[in-house]
Design a protein around this ligand. Structure first.
Ligand code: SF4
Ligand code: SF4
Length: 404
């Protein structure tokens, strides 16, 4: 594990422990610290110790200069934005490290920088095939194990907390939000498609998801070991990197369309094209947590007033004020509706028996799930790719001719 990955992991987990401590769940904070410490001892890797030292220094500084945020006591939007920026910044820095690693490798300077294995999170097909191989033929992928770990991690986050990954962690969704705000500074208004067009557009992401699922499950089980040991799989991350760093004309057009869509409408990429979001939307139906409106406290029923502040705040355009519980696959648990509601008892993210989870609670769940599972996988020896720089260098000249 690289130092950058280690700092992110430790910062995320220790921040979760800090939030638990300040929310009065001292046993939870102690358990998180104890499990993190046990994983660090089991992994016995010095970068994790560096990460822990940096994380403690950052949290002590945060407690001193931004005590509200260190304790998770800000408004819902503030907490979400902090966590979202933290996840996105970690991925951005790791992405830059990967680009540098790649450039050094191509210039005969391989070995100067370690490849951050977490970039395998961008290989959902490899992740899906990795999980399928473990479940069906008990073969563990040694080339990109982090792909399966990260896919499982994101799925677990959706089972617990709906599409909170999209609203709280995904760097693409944050980048889209910035692009959207930038566009609105120069061109006012929103270009929301009419309902009859919105629904078929939303189905596009499910078509892409079906294509991915077909690739993962279309392969006969007996071919899985050959695929996992094949050259295509070994350099899957290099191919993915080339797609973005040296895009073909078609890839450049696709990236351009995505950028225009993101600027054109808030969360347009998540809503219409992201197959990951589609999968998480389906899994999110399993989550016991949902945004629920209490009609006894809501201004509409309790006072007979007109109010739709929650709906107007929702970036997914869900009519929150007309529903009791939000089951929509588009809900990202972003808590904007809760933040906008003038009656604190009227709206919350809760289970059916009214166990409420605050924004701080979502932050804790996301940090523990998103960093705890990868750390456990690393400590258990299922994280690091065994594809060496020498193998990569050998295969890179044949990249275009290497197929499935
Ligand atoms: S319903 Fe609330 S939590 Fe869900 S996406 Fe809309 S604003 Fe966010
Ligand atoms: S913002 Fe709050 S009070 Fe207003 S409709 Fe929504 S839930 Fe009811």
């Amino acid at each position: 594990m690289t130092v950058v990955e280690s700092i992110s992991l430790m910062l995320g987990l220790l921040y979760a422990a800090s939030l638990l401590y300040f929310s009065g769940k001292k046993w939870g904070a102690g358990l998180t610290v104890a499990l993190t410490g046990a994983a660090v001892v089991a992994a016995s890797a010095w970068p994790l110790l560096v990460g822990a030292a940096v994380a403690i220094a950052v949290l002590v500084g945060m407690k001193r200069w931004q005590p509200q945020l260190a304790q998770g006591e800000g408004r819902e939007n503030q907490i979400r934005e902090l966590v979202h920026h933290f996840f996105s910044l970690s991925i951005l820095i790791v992405g830059m490290q990967y680009v540098l690693y790649h450039a050094l490798l191509l210039n005969d300077m391989g070995g100067s920088l370690i490849r951050p294995d977490v970039v395998d999170a961008f290989l959902p097909i490899a992740g899906g095939i990795g999980i399928r191989s473990i479940l069906t033929i008990n073969v563990w992928d040694s080339h990109h194990p982090a792909a399966a770990v990260m896919l499982l991690t994101v799925v677990v986050s959706a089972i617990v907390c709906k599409r909170a990954f999209c609203g709280w962690a995904c760097p693409l969704s944050l980048a889209g939000t910035y692009l959207y705000k930038l566009r609105k500074r120069f061109i006012a208004g929103d270009a929301v498609p009419p309902k009859w067009l919105d629904w078929p557009l939303r189905m596009l992401k499910y078509l892409l998801l079906i294509a991915l699922v077909y690739i993962v499950f279309g392969m006969p089980a007996e071919s899985l070991p050959y695929y996992l040991n094949g050259n295509y799989h070994k350099v899957a991350d290099v191919k993915m990197g080339m797609f973005f760093l040296n895009p073909s004309l078609i890839a450049a057009i696709i990236i351009g369309i995505i950028l225009v869509m993101a600027a054109w409408q808030q969360h347009a990429f998540c809503r219409y094209l992201c197959p990951y979001g589609a999968g998480l939307g389906l899994v999110s139906f399993l989550s016991p947590l949902k945004i629920r409106r209490d009609s006894k406290s809501c201004l509409i029923e309790s006072r007979g007033m007109k109010c739709d502040k929650c709906s107007r705040a929702c970036p997914a355009r869900i009519q929150v004020h007309q529903q009791i519980s939000i089951r929509s696959d588009e809900c990202q648990a972003c808590m904007r509706c809760v933040s906008a509601c003038p009656k604190s008892a009227a709206l919350g993210f809760s289970t059916r028996n009214n166990w409420r989870v605050s924004a701080r609670g979502i932050a804790i769940i996301m940090l523990v799930v998103m960093f705890g599972i990868p750390l456990a996988a690393y400590a258990g020896g299922y994280w690091h790719s065994d594809v060496t720089d020498a193998i990569r260098l050998q295969l890179i000249p044949y990249l275009n001719s290497i197929g499935h």
